[in-house]
Write a protein that binds this ligand. Structure first.
Ligand SMILES: *[C@@H]1O[C@H](CO)[C@@H](O)[C@H](O)[C@H]1NC(C)=O
Ligand SMILES: *[C@@H]1O[C@H](CO)[C@@H](O)[C@H](O)[C@H]1NC(C)=O
Ligand SMILES: *[C@@H]1O[C@H](CO)[C@@H](O)[C@H](O)[C@H]1NC(C)=O
Ligand SMILES: *[C@@H]1O[C@H](CO)[C@@H](O)[C@H](O)[C@H]1NC(C)=O
Length: 343
């Protein structure tokens, strides 16, 4: 008959030898222990809960989820003398493997497998009739890249508070923040909450502008977010005291320039309209004079009329609705005179 012995997996024949070995192992082995292999478990990996230090002949053992061995949290039991020796509870069927040396392997762990496991062993001829050991496994996820979000795009200086959030899908981990690749400045306006998930800066000042980043990490991995550029805006309306931002000054300057240009255009329009009226009048007069009045030449003080050169009078025309008056077109190589006469 084959006996399965935990820990050293010894096949023993003969009563005297069994008694001798029991006494010997009583002296050298303290108690049952379980270690997870590997020590750090990632989601999707297998983990062996390896049992050692069992004394005596195993009659029955069982595995339980948690720190106690009750019927309610039992995962499986194993008795070497039955066929098949193992009985695995429904949620664990196909997910665990059990070995004659009391060890259990969990296949493809997930975050729900995180926690403690207890093995309970009944032996004959051992140190104790009932031996028990508990192991805790911590299942780690590889952290995914976090993302920084903000509650305000453009917080107003000396007025707003801003909250940056490190958005991460992962659970237990360390979150660290940096500003412009440096540690966060520690002042009483800056605070971290929700296990460092949120960074709040009250009463922002322009010194808070910069590139913020969060880094999430656990024992097996770490990942850093892209930069979040925080821009603190100055207030233009706050009590009328703060200095204006550049864009507001530019708008005001442009508005003033437009008004000045409009006034100038109006003034120019009215001045030239008056001028063109008097030009029209003097042109009519001179035309009349040159045709009918023979003593015009002697009375005229105009040198152009005396030398017989061609005389052009400028005429200003306006298109209704147009801002600028159209310039009169002049012929080249001619002399132009404007004459304003009183009536
Ligand atoms: C128990 O058995 C398993 C499977 O054979 C083996 O991998 C493991 O190392 C054994 N544990 C001990 C403590 O001998
Ligand atoms: C995993 O278990 C450990 C120890 O029991 C606990 O501190 C941790 O919060 C657990 N993690 C998760 C993700 O449940
Ligand atoms: C915000 O900070 C400015 C400058 O330090 C200070 O004058 C002002 O009183 C602060 N406002 C509030 C609401 O704390
Ligand atoms: C929170 O951040 C501080 C440094 O700012 C760090 O010392 C601490 O370990 C972090 N805590 C967590 C739970 O991430």
């Amino acid at each position: 008959m084959d006996l399965i012995v935990c820990s050293r997996a010894l096949a023993i024949r003969g009563v005297i030898l069994t008694v001798f070995l029991s006494l010997w192992s009583q002296q050298i082995s303290a108690q049952v222990s379980v270690v997870p292999i590997p020590k750090t478990v990632m989601v999707g990996e297998n983990v062996l809960l390896s049992v050692s230090g069992v004394t005596g002949t195993i009659l029955l053992f069982s595995w339980h989820k948690g720190e106690r061995s009750t019927d309610k949290n039992q995962m499986l039991n194993y008795s070497p003398n039955t066929t098949p020796p193992e009985q695995i509870e429904e949620p664990y069927k196909g997910r665990v493997r059990v070995f004659p040396n009391c060890s259990m392997e969990i296949l493809g762990v997930n975050t729900n497998d995180n926690g403690s496991y207890t093995v309970s062993i009944q032996t004959r001829g051992g140190q104790q009739q009932q031996q028990q050991a508990t192991v805790t496994i911590i299942v780690y996820e590889k952290v995914s890249k976090p993302n920084v979000t903000s509650n305000l795009a453009c917080p107003v200086e000396y007025k707003d508070s801003i909250t940056l959030t490190c958005v991460t899908t992962n659970t237990t981990q360390i979150i660290l923040w940096s500003k412009d690749s440096q540690k966060l400045p520690s002042d009483d306006r800056t605070s971290l909450s929700q296990e460092n998930r949120t960074l709040t800066i009250t009463n922002v000042s322009s010194a808070d502008s910069g590139n913020y980043q969060c880094e999430v990490m656990n024992s097996v991995s770490h990942s850093t977010s892209d930069l979040y550029t925080l821009t603190v805006c100055s207030s233009g309306t706050d009590n009328g005291s703060g200095s204006l931002p550049g864009w507001a000054i530019a708008v005001i300057v442009i508005a003033i320039l437009i008004v000045v240009a409009l006034i100038a255009a109006c003034v120019y329009y009215f001045l030239l309209r008056d001028k063109s009226k008097s030009n029209d009048i003097s042109m009519k007069e001179s035309t009349l004079n040159s045709r009918s009045d023979p003593h015009l030449r002697s009375s005229s003080k105009n040198p152009a009329t005396q030398t017989g050169e061609e005389v052009n009078y400028s005429e200003v025309t306006f298109k209704p609705g147009a801002l600028k008056p159209t310039q009169p077109k002049l012929k080249e190589n001619t002399t132009e005179y404007a004459e304003i006469s009183r009536t």
